[in-house]
Design a protein around this ligand. Structure first.
Ligand SMILES: [Zn+2]
Length: 162
């Protein structure tokens, strides 16, 4: 989940805020449910998503599990997400390229090539219009709900902030 307010963040053993985990998952330096599996977590999160965005439960489950498997706790390593579209940069070929040809650590190959955005004039609302129909088709959800979900999600990504 996105962590924006101070009370969203989990806490370390010394009481400072965790940079990696939210308050629901992590308190006083430990996971609140240390033995929970990714399947348990999916069962916990999917119905919430299904209800919030009117997604069929089965679709919500596979989508949630896919999302969870990219997170640090479940993946075992830090996975970067594209700062423009949110795609996880799991493989080298997922990464965009800088002007000198080196791989970007911030953006994916669809959004960013040779040091620039592939669609430099894309606005946030433009991106919602672009991604929401794909989301709606993939998850069999109403387009208004998909727009709401994409709009909220984009706000957590560096390209669309500020
Ligand atoms: Zn991207």
């Amino acid at each position: 989940m996105p962590m924006t307010e101070e009370e969203d963040f989990g806490t370390e053993a010394d009481g400072t805020l965790s940079k990696d985990y939210c308050t629901h998952c992590y308190q006083d330096g430990a996971f609140s449910a240390p033995n929970i599996t990714i399947d348990d977590m999916t069962k916990f999160c999917a119905p919430i998503m299904s209800q919030l965005y009117a997604i069929p439960l089965k679709k919500a489950e596979s989508f949630t599990k896919e999302q969870l498997s990219c997170l640090k706790r479940w993946c075992g390593r830090e996975v970067a997400f594209c700062g423009s579209c949110g795609m996880p940069l799991l493989r080298d070929e997922d990464a965009g390229t800088e002007a000198d040809g080196s791989p970007s650590h911030e953006y994916c190959t669809y959004c960013y090539r040779d040091g620039g955005f592939t669609e430099p004039d894309l606005t946030r609302e433009g991106a919602v219009g672009k991604y929401a129909p794909m989301m709606a088709a993939n998850l069999e959800m109403p387009i208004e709900k998909a727009e709401e979900m994409v709009r909220q999600y984009l706000l957590t990504l560096p390209r669309w902030q500020g």
